[in-house]
Write a protein that binds this ligand. Structure first.
Ligand code: F0G
Length: 474
């Protein structure tokens, strides 16, 4: 059941909210190494955000939240009230779907420094047709492609770019399969910072590349894959005063955890049973896991949803890791998939994502190129375009349903991560029938034909146009 949260017309006084920080003293965080537990002040992290002791990544932690009666521990009832009130505010910070929840990401010295494009507050759509086909009553899509630069990266970028600006950096940088660079370039431009983008030559969708150029980034196309670009950038930031904005930066994940809050709020704080997320560098699944874990630990929700991660079969290192050693070690793979956003063989945040899956009893599985293309066309046919990487979620759910591990009574949310216009070439190639090779579609030809809608060359007369409708009219 989806409960729509509306403002009540009579405004009530809020209950006491604990430290509802605003203005000065907003910063209540420290960093904790995910591997060895070492703790640091935020400003003391190395430029590559790796632990000096064990080389693992950091997570942002809020010490006051651990104490049941601590003055820094937020009051759940007050927070829910406050966040709902802010939906009627005209302040930029309140209109951002990230900073609306700022009590749960007190990472800045002053929230006045936040760099925002009014991100977040993305729509949650009921997927009626796919639900019917799959025999699931409650199937939803949280469309993160409806963010200002067209992907979920904006929610993380507003957070980490704000930190970069507050700490006085002039240059920021990322390696990217495209969306991170689009988001970073836009937020850097808003913040008045310069940005450097490293992307794999020829393996990035045009829509994304055009954004990085338009927003003024210095864009370098390297003869390397994403993993190679990130490796090189790590060396660069260790040598030059450039702030790294890949999702190894723990502040990115603080912004990216906020869709968990939006989802919980949309269901009136009764979390859905199951959340399905695409897996690339594995920052997003980690962030959503952290978001739901914090809501649970703070008493805002009674449980966590299952979190399942879906990868492309040609870029599936985490799937292999679960199959081979229950997610305790990861062997990098050479990645190949037309879903270029998730063409990643050595995901940085794999340990955090493995924890999200393990803590919540979720699954990790992969889907083929044909399954991705079909799922994307099915979502499109429901009026919900998305990137190929986003469509792995529906393809994965179909597999989980076929395995019998998802119940018909479950409430399921697919996280659609990118806008369909990011990679229009992929969509056109699918509908023209030039996307997939014959050997990839064996046994699926009829299904694919039923979904293809190629444009037709037609004479400019009413009769000719109406003739094209003949076979479609009942
Ligand atoms: N979906 C889209 C549209 C993406 O752009 C990405 C990652 C993912 C899913 C996977 O998310 O990496 O957090 O597991 N894109 C990155 C980029 C790598 O550079 O834009 P993840």
């Amino acid at each position: 059941m989806l409960c729509c949260v509306r403002m009540s017309s009579a405004r009530q006084n809020p209950p006491p909210a604990g430290n509802l920080s605003s203005g000065m003293n907003d910063n209540l965080h420290q960093l904790r190494c995910f591997g060895c537990g070492a703790r640091l002040k935020g400003a003391d992290a190395r430029p590559d955000f790796r632990c000096a002791l064990c080389a693992d990544l950091f997570e942002v932690e809020y010490p006051g939240w651990g104490e049941r009666r601590g003055s820094d521990r937020p009051n759940p009832g007050a927070l829910k009230w406050l966040w709902r009130e802010r939906r009627c505010s005209s302040e930029a910070l309140d209109r951002s779907g990230v900073w609306r929840f700022r009590e749960l990401l007190p990472i800045l010295d002053s929230f006045g420094d936040a760099v925002t494009l009014i991100e977040g507050n993305t729509p949650l759509y009921h997927l009626t047709r796919a639900a019917k086909t799959l025999g699931i009553d409650q199937l939803f899509a949280k469309h993160q492609g409806m963010n200002p630069t067209g992907s979920f990266k904006d929610t993380g970028m507003t957070a980490a770019m704000s930190v970069a600006k507050e700490r006085g950096f002039e240059w920021v940088a990322c390696a990217s399969t495209g969306n991170t660079s689009a988001a970073m370039a836009a937020y850097a431009a808003r913040a008045g910072l310069r940005s450097l983008v490293l992307i794999p030559d020829g393996k990035i969708a045009w829509g994304k590349l055009s954004q990085a150029m338009d927003y003024g980034a210095v864009t370098c196309q390297l003869k390397a894959d994403f993993d190679g670009c990130l490796r090189l950038l790590t060396q660069i930031v260790n040598e030059a005063p450039i702030y790294l904005l890949n999702s190894v930066n723990p502040y990115r994940l603080e912004g990216q955890k906020t869709p968990a809050f939006e989802i919980a709020e949309a269901f009136d704080w009764n979390v859905p049973d199951h959340l399905i997320v695409p897996g690339g560098n594995l920052g997003n699944s980690s962030a959503l896991g952290k978001g739901f874990r914090e809501l649970h630990e703070l008493g805002l929700v009674a449980r966590m949803p299952r979190i399942s991660v879906i990868q492309a079969a040609g870029a599936n290192p985490l799937v292999r890791s679960f199959a081979e050693n229950d997610g305790t070690a990861l062997e990098p793979v050479e990645a190949h998939t037309r879903a270029t956003a998730i063409r990643i063989g050595n995901p940085a945040s794999w340990r955090k994502a493995a924890r999200a899956i393990q803590d919540t009893g979720g699954w990790c599985l992969d889907v083929t190129e044909a399954e991705i293309a079909i799922a994307k066309a099915e979502l499109g046919a429901e009026g919900l375009g998305c990137e190929p990487a986003s469509a792995v979620t529906l393809a994965g759910l179909k597999k989980l349903r076929a395995k019998g591990v998802v119940d018909s009574g479950e409430t399921v949310v697919l996280v659609l991560t990118g806008h369909t216009l990011k990679d229009a070439d992929y969509t056109i190639d699918f509908h023209r029938g030039t996307l997939l090779k014959e050997e990839e579609t064996v046994g699926l030809e009829a299904e694919i034909d039923g979904l293809r809608r190629n444009a037709r060359a037609v004479d400019a007369t009413p009769a000719a146009v109406l003739a094209t409708l003949k076979d479609r009219m009942g």
